[in-house]
Design a protein around this ligand. Structure first.
Ligand code: SF4
Ligand code: SF4
Length: 265
């Protein structure tokens, strides 16, 4: 079992399960003795919304951003593609965005960096007890727990500005926790590509919609095409909706009669 799988197992089996009203003592600020130490040699999984925010923050095309700042770990047991924030190839393996003053992309930092030291687990089992819960990652390196400030989980989330991240996280979970994956079923290579494009490579997805026969195959509500061409958040929302059709055959898209008949576009 990998280190990450072991941690997941420990969280599900042993960590206290917290809800929005539970409290913890913590503060992170320049001046804590461990300042920036959590921004090195760490596995940070990026959500689709993280990628959107960071590539726009850096004014980069999705392809360029993914190539420069992310890794796509390949694991034969993986059900769908995941993207990890790349660390620098120096001795301390620090994040590309960390500076002496802290995170240089702070207002667009990823979901996991915002929530830390709080984590969110989604067990997705069949028992009612196994619902989403929060937990605390109390790592030795982090001295923030010695600070006096008290937070409820709800206050922490509001302070860290996670609302939009949670909204897109929920849409993403409707894909990643889909019943299709029960029994460890995996996507085939073509669907892996679709998943990767619609979730992480939005600029490629936009070109695909514009330049392929996509528009000839699907009936979109009036005005939607303009919105998804102009706005990355609309495009991501649409992509996650389309994936339910493309990956799992759910009737989330209206196919044009000519496409159903198999007429040539
Ligand atoms: S994105 Fe910012 S907060 Fe997250 S690891 Fe990098 S420097 Fe740290
Ligand atoms: S290790 Fe903890 S207290 Fe130190 S900088 Fe990171 S989050 Fe803040």
């Amino acid at each position: 079992m990998s280190e990450i799988d072991n941690l997941k197992k420990a969280i599900l089996e042993n960590y206290p399960r917290l809800s929005n009203d539970d409290t913890f003592q913590f503060a992170c600020r320049p001046g804590v003795p461990c300042f920036n130490q959590c921004c090195a040699d760490v596995n940070i999984f990026l959500t689709p919304y993280d990628v959107l925010r960071l590539k726009n923050r850096l004014k980069m095309d999705s392809d360029d951003f993914l190539n420069a700042y992310t890794l796509l770990p390949i694991d034969e047991h993986q059900n769908y593609p995941v993207v990890i924030l790349k660390m620098q190839e120096n001795e301390i393996k620090n994040c590309f965005f960390v500076t002496e003053q802290g995170c240089s992309v702070y207002t667009d930092r990823p979901w996991a960096c915002r929530y830390y030291p709080v984590g969110l687990a989604s067990p997705k089992e069949d028992t009612p007890a196994d619902q989403d819960f929060y937990f605390l990652l109390q790592e030795e390196v982090c001295k923030g727990f010695e600070e006096k400030r008290q937070w409820s989980i709800r206050e922490w989330k509001a302070d860290q500005g996670v609302e939009k991240y949670d909204e897109f996280g929920q849409l993403f979970k409707e894909i990643t926790l889909h019943d299709f994956f029960k029994g460890n079923k995996q996507l085939d290579p073509m669907r892996m590509e679709m998943f990767h494009m619609a979730c992480y490579n939005l600029d490629k997805f936009r070109r695909f919609i514009r330049e392929s026969s996509f528009m000839k195959r699907f009936d979109l509500e009036a005005g939607l095409m303009d919105k998804i061409m102009a706005d990355d958040e609309e495009l991501l929302r649409f992509g996650l909706h389309w994936l339910k059709f493309a990956l799992f055959g759910e009737p989330t898209m209206k196919v044009k009669p000519a496409a159903l008949r198999g007429d040539k576009p």
